[in-house]
Write a protein that binds this ligand. Sequence first.
Ligand code: FAD
Length: 247
Amino acid sequence: MKNTDKPAVRDLHKQAVSATTERARRGLERHEDRLIGYFAHGTEVDPLRMRPVLKEVVAGSEDELLFRYARLHWSIPVSPGYGRRLRAEVEAADHLASIGAMIADAPSGRVHGRRRAIVEYRMTRPDGRRLLQAIGVLGRVLLAAGATEVLTGIFGHDTARTVDDLDEALRGADHRYLHVGAFHPTGTARAGADSERSPVDSEGKLRGVEGMWVADASAIPSSPWVNPQVSIMALSLAVADRIVATA
Ligand SMILES: Cc1cc2nc3c(=O)[nH]c(=O)nc-3n(C[C@H](O)[C@H](O)[C@H](O)COP(=O)(O)OP(=O)(O)OC[C@H]3O[C@@H](n4cnc5c(N)ncnc54)[C@H](O)[C@@H]3O)c2cc1C
């Protein structure tokens, strides 16, 4: 960014907010009078009485409208930094190279909930260590390739300029605070012969529910490590054959 003084940054922010607001206008305008009622006036806010709560935002609900309305006013903190710092990072994006670390993790999640699925996931300690180790290796690759700064993704130590700096970041790192994503979830209703361990039988039928078949990634018994899509398609075709055969 050529001009990073405060008025110039504020002006850019204003432009970005008004473009987003314009896009959202059609869907939100008619709800605005009601939604504004949820917002406290500055003088009503007592920080000591604030109690953050975690709330699921369900599509089509009042909460969804409120979420969409409220976020028009946010600068979302995307690592590293936010506001002015984030803008500077984005402006320099043509100098940014990114490498991802991927592990096939051990099963460590649960699906709860009766009416709605609530997915719980906790990365195991050994998997966390592997992921941090991978960040160390990838950071070294980037520094060896001439990077002047590595964005580590490690909470509390988000940049490293040298290998020592990187090691220092990794020493204090806690895998529970890493930004992680899942791309190949499988096995939430694994198929298998053992009824104690497998909610779905070997043909794709959900045990205990008449007429319910499972023909997607959830029936794969564990992480296949490699890209799963072709296996899922094959599994779906095999289950479809069984459905036809038993119809
Ligand atoms: C970013 C990303 C990149 C990926 N890249 C690859 C890759 O390169 N190679 C590879 O092999 N795999 C890749 N995968 C994984 C692959 O896409 C998935 O494993 C695969 O699509 C899972 O198939 P599925 O049929 O089980 O589920 P999905 O493909 O998720 O299909 C589920 C469908 O059910 C619908 N649905 C959900 N709830 C309801 C409901 N209540 N009523 C009706 N419909 C509903 C959804 O809209 C969706 O269409 C990638 C995944 C991601 C996220």
